[in-house]
Structures are given as C-alpha cells and as structure tokens.
Design a protein around this ligand. Structure first.
Ligand SMILES: C[S@@+](CC[C@H](N)C(=O)[O-])C[C@H]1O[C@@H](n2cnc3c(N)ncnc32)[C@H](O)[C@@H]1O
Length: 329
C-alpha cells in the first residue's frame, strides 16, 4: 500500500471509522509528504493536470493590470500564483513606471509551484511569502490583494439533503477502495441553506476558506481584494447540478464524484465557489462589497468578446469576480 494509503487508513481509525470529505481533501491536496499541491504538482497550464483561465488567455491579466493602474496601491499581493504566468502578464502590462512604484508580493504555499514562479518571473522584482500575514506585515497592512482560482483549491465540506435532513459526506477506505457515507453533522454558516433544494441535492461549502480569511483579516488595514474563480451566487449555484460541483483533474481529464478521491495526491480536487458566502464572510470582517462581475461582463468591458476562446464561451457566466474594500476610516 502507498504511504498515502496507510496514512489515511491510520487517520480513519483515529477518527472513528471514516474521514470527512473536507479532511480527506485537506490531506490529498496539502499533506506535506504526498499532498497534490505540496509535493506532486508539476505545473499549472497545458503541460499540467489542469489549465486555469489565466494560463489560457491574457484577458484576466489585462483586467488586473487596469485595476492596479487605476487604484495605484504601493503594495500588491497575489495569493496562489500557480505557474507565475498571470503575475508575469500583469507585471508586463503595468508598465515600467507603475512597476517601479509598486511592490509585487506573492503568497504561495506550494514549494514546487513557488520554484516554477521563480523561474517564470526571473528579472522581475517580486517578493515571496509563506503567508498573507507575512505579506501584510511587509506592506504595513496597506495592500491591494488578488487571487485567481484560489478559494476553489481550499478543502470544502460536502452536504447532501436527505429525507432526514442535511447529512455530511464522509469517505471510508476498505480493501483499497473508497466508499461514501452520509453522517449527521452540525451545519456551517452558509447562504446555500437559505434556498430550497430537492432531496438528494449535494452542496459544497468552503468553510476552510472562511477560517483562513479570518486568520489574516485583522492584519489588513486598508486596500481592496479582487477574488476571481469559477462559481456563482448561492441562488443559482446548483441549478441543474443535483450532484454538486466537486470534481478532480489529472492529465487534463475531468474526474467526477468519488473518482476524484480514488488517487489521493495524484490529482487536483476542486469545487465551485459560492460568491454569496464570500461576500458575507468579507462583510463579517468589516469589508465593503464594491462589485460583482462575470467573465462575460469583463469581456464586454474590454470589448473583446469576439476573442473569447471557445472552451470559455459557455463559462462566461460561471466565472465570477468580486471586489471588496477594506477601509481604515
Ligand atoms: C488552482 S491553482 C490557481 C493558480 C493561478 N492563480 C492560476 O490562475 O493559474 C491554486 C493556487 O493557489 C495556491 N494555494 C492554495 N492554497 C493556498 C494558500 N492557503 N496560500 C497561498 N497559496 C495557496 C496553490 O498552490 C496554487 O498556486
């Protein structure tokens, strides 16, 4: 049995016979020895297991650079920079004068990706940090922050509506196979439960992302945060998606449902983001929502709809951005 397999079996034993889907994802993605992001990922993009919008098209870089030039912050913090392509494209588009006046920070927890970023960004002035707290300390709390496809890389809790109410998805490993179990559990705070759902509906909640925002939110004094990711507002997030949105990616192949958990450490596991939750969690931290927009809005603004790659035309409404502001007044 692999190291990951025996580690997960021990963990299952300690946890009483099953592992919540969220804890399983945490281990599969971030375990220091076998986690996908911690050790196995090679890159992001066509040569990796999955591509992101930023690795396929420069429109996001254009939007981020326009935002930075308009806002004129002294410090910009990008969180989770993947292969560094977005940072490079943004820095190029900022132009020499803005580059000189702005310190560009990257917060990256994946050692293999950090190495990729350093290679990609050779010649640019970039400061790397292990945590947002460290990046904020070096900016004295005043910074503009952005991320692309970051919350979807956080472990999520998964719930299913049953005749007996909402149950949490757990996984059980036996004889090398993983099966699903539904277990009664306390519900996290999420706008998803404010809407009616049919019996059988599965939903994902990025509660670990909320805890992570809270862990550094107090150290952020002023600036704005731009969050871009696949997702929707909670009212429409699960329209025609009774099985939820969880999926895995390995060698550019999509793995649906339980398949995503079969080879922990060897594939990315992700779920769409509930932007109503992100807005509410920011409001709880004292941030003011400034705007919500979709990829289609972005392209229309840039007058570039014609050049939208085919694969993303349908994704126009499913890819969203949220801008929230932290003010020290
Ligand atoms: C899905 S990839 C997106 C990469 C890149 N932004 C892009 O659009 O191509 C998620 C990125 O977030 C990083 N990441 C995940 N959790 C993180 C955390 N807590 N702090 C910093 N980076 C994180 C991953 O290592 C990876 O670089």
């Amino acid at each position: 049995m692999s190291n990951a397999g025996s580690y997960l079996l021990d963990l299952q034993e300690k946890l009483g016979g099953s592992i919540s889907a969220e804890r399983f994802m945490q281990e599969a993605l971030y375990h220091p020895a076998f986690g996908y992001y911690s050790s196995r990922i090679r890159t992001v993009g066509r040569r990796g297991d999955f591509s992101t919008w930023a690795t396929l098209d420069s429109s996001l870089a254009q939007a981020v650079a326009t935002w930075i030039k308009k806002e004129k912050p002294s410090h910009v913090i990008e969180i989770g920079a993947g292969n560094g392509a977005l940072a490079k494209d943004v820095l190029r588009r900022l132009g020499w004068w803005t580059r000189v006046r702005t310190t560009y920070h990257i917060v990256e927890i994946s050692a293999p990706l950090r190495a990729k970023q350093k290679e990609c960004l050779r010649g640019f002035r970039v400061v790397w940090h292990d945590s947002v707290e460290a990046a904020l300390q070096s900016s004295r709390g005043h910074a503009h922050i952005f991320s692309n496809e970051l919350p979807d890389a956080f472990p999520c809790r998964i719930f299913q509506k049953t005749e007996a109410g909402w149950m949490e998805l757990h996984l059980r490993i036996a004889e090398g196979k993983i099966s699903e179990q539904l277990i009664p559990s306390t519900l996290p705070e999420s706008s998803i439960f404010e809407h009616p759902h049919p019996i059988g509906q599965r939903v994902e909640i990025h509660e670990s992302y909320r805890r992570w925002l809270e862990s550094w939110g107090q150290g952020w004094i002023s600036g704005a945060i731009l969050t871009m990711d696949y997702g929707d507002l909670s009212k429409t997030l699960y329209h025609r998606r009774p099985s939820g949105s969880l999926r895995g990616y390995a060698v550019q192949q999509r793995l649906a449902g339980i398949e995503a958990f079969q080879n922990p450490g060897f594939c990315d596991i992700t779920a769409d983001v509930n932007f109503s939750d992100l807005e509410k969690w920011g409001t709880d931290l004292g941030w003011k929502t400034e705007s919500h927009f979709t990829l289609t809005d972005l392209f229309n603004q840039q007058g570039a709809t014609g050049s939208l790659p085919m694969a993303f035309r349908e994704a126009g409404e499913a890819f969203r951005a949220l801008i929230q502001r932290r003010s020290n007044k």
